[in-house]
Design a binder for this molecule. Structure first.
Ligand code: AQP
Length: 332
C-alpha cells in the first residue's frame, strides 16, 4: 500500500475547522487505502514560544482529538514527533543541503517573523520547513495530505529529496502533495480574504472543535457575508457565503449544487442557522470522545508509545541509509 505521512502542531487548545476539513478529515479516509503515519509535531510547536506544561497538555489534547475524529491506531501509526529522535537528526543533515536563500523564500516564515518582529523570530521558525521535510522523508511517504498553505513547504521537501538523492545516492522517496481542492483553504469567518488560522484569526473568525458548541453557533450566525442576497457559490465575489457553503458541503456530504438548490430563494440567515446546527451536531460527539481519551492519560500515552515504536522502526532505517550515503562512519 502506498505510504502517506502528515503532521499537526499541538498549538492552541483545539484544532479548528480549517485543520479538520483541509487535512485531518483526509487522514481518516486514507487509513483504509494507505499505510498511514500521522504525528503530533511538538518539535515544530516550540518554534514560536511556548510554556512547557501547556505544551505537554496540548500534545495529549491533540492526540485525543485525532483519535476522536476517527484515527484508529490499529489502522494507522499515530505518534508524537519528539518520541522519534530521527526527526531532529535527519533535519540537521537536510539543513546542510538547504540554501540560505532558498529557506529565506518561505512565505510562512516571512509572514510569521514579520508578525513577531524579525529580531525576535527564532532560528527554529526559520528552519521549520527543513524539519518538516525530515518528517516526511524519514517515512518514504509518497503522498502528504495537507492544506493549501503547506504547498510551498512540500515543494522544498521534494527539492531536498531530489538534491540528496542526486548528490549522495538514492535515500528518499520524492513525495507528492495530496491537497483536496474543495477544502484546501477554509477562510476566516470574519475576514474571508485570510485562511482560518490559530495564530492569525480573531476568536470570532475561528471555529474550534473543542469550544462550547453554542459559541460556534453564534460565530457562524455572525459570520461576515457578502453584498447581494442570493446564496450562490463564487469564491471571488462571494467569499463569505462560499466558505459557509464549503463547510456545509464538507460536513454533510451534500454537493454545493444541491445546497444552492436547497437554499434558493432563502436568505443568508437561513443558511447560517442551518449550518450552525450542522456544526453543533458534528462537534458534540467529537468533544465527548476527546474527553473519554483525556480521562485516561495512561492509556493514551500507551497508545502513543506503541505508535512511536512502529514509527521508529521505519525512521531508523531511513536515517541509517541517509547517514551512510552522506559519508558518516558507521559506529563499530
Ligand atoms: N484554513 C485552513 N484551511 C485548510 N487547511 C488548513 N490547515 C491549517 N489551516 C487551514 C491545515 O491543517 C494542517 C495542520 O497544520 P498545522 O499544525 O501547521 O496547523 P497550523 O498551521 O498550526 O494551523 P494554523 O491555524 O494555520 O496555525 P498557525 O496560524 O499557527 O499557522 C495542515 O495540513 C494545514 O495545511
Amino acid at each position: 500500500r502506498p505510504r502517506v505521512l502528515s503532521g499537526i502542531q499541538p498549538t492552541g487548545d483545539s484544532f479548528h475547522l480549517g485543520n479538520y476539513l483541509g487535512a485531518v478529515r483526509h487522514w481518516v479516509a486514507l487509513q483504509d487505502t494507505h499505510d498511514a503515519f500521522y504525528c503530533v509535531v511538538d518539535l515544530h510547536a516550540i518554534t514560536a514560544g511556548h510554556e512547557p506544561e501547556v505544551l505537554r497538555r496540548r500534545t495529549r489534547v491533540a492526540a485525543a482529538q485525532l483519535l476522536a475524529v476517527g484515527l484508529d491506531p490499529k489502522r494507522c501509526t499515530l505518534f508524537v514527533q519528539s518520541h522519534v529522535p530521527e526527526h531532529a537528526q535527519l533535519a540537521w543533515v537536510l539543513s546542510c543541503i538547504t540554501g540560505f536563500g532558498e529557506a529565506s523564500r518561505m512565505v510562512q516564515f516571512k509572514d510569521k517573523s514579520t508578525k513577531q518582529g524579525t529580531e525576535r523570530a527564532s532560528v527554529g521558525l526559520f528552519t521549520y520547513p527543513i524539519l518538516q521535510a525530515a518528517d516526511i522523508l524519514l517515512y518514504q511517504a509518497q503522498a502528504v495530505p495537507v492544506g493549501e498553505d503547506q504547498r510551498q513547504h512540500l515543494e522544498l521537501t521534494r527539492d531536498l529529496a531530489q538534491r540528496f538523492n542526486t548528490s549522495f545516492g538514492p535515500a528518499f522517496t520524492v513525495p507528492a502533495p495530496y491537497i483536496v481542492k474543495d477544502t484546501a483553504k477554509i477562510v476566516d469567518l470574519q475576514d474571508p480574504t485570510s485562511k482560518m488560522s490559530k495564530s492569525a484569526s480573531t476568536p470570532a473568525g475561528l471555529i474550534e472543535l473543542l469550544e462550547d458548541p453554542a459559541r460556534s453557533a453564534k460565530k457562524i450566525k455572525s459570520a461576515v457575508t457578502d453584498t447581494g442576497r442570493e446564496i450562490v457559490f463564487d469564491a471571488v465575489t462571494k467569499p463569505g457565503i462560499s466558505n459557509l457553503l464549503t463547510i456545509y458541503s464538507a460536513l454533510t456530504g451534500k454537493s454545493i449544487d444541491d445546497l444552492v438548490a436547497e437554499f434558493a430563494g432563502r436568505g443568508y440567515g437561513d443558511l447560517k442557522k442551518a449550518l450552525a446546527e450542522v456544526v453543533v451536531d458534528f462537534v458534540r460527539p467529537i468533544q465527548e470522545r476527546t474527553r473519554t481519551y483525556l480521562d485516561d492519560p495512561a492509556e493514551l500515552d500507551r497508545l502513543l508509545a506503541t505508535g512511536a515504536e512502529k514509527a521508529r522502526a521505519v525512521a531508523a532505517e531511513t536515517l541509517r541509509t541517509a547517514y551512510q550515503r552522506v559519508g558518516f562512519l558507521a559506529p563499530a
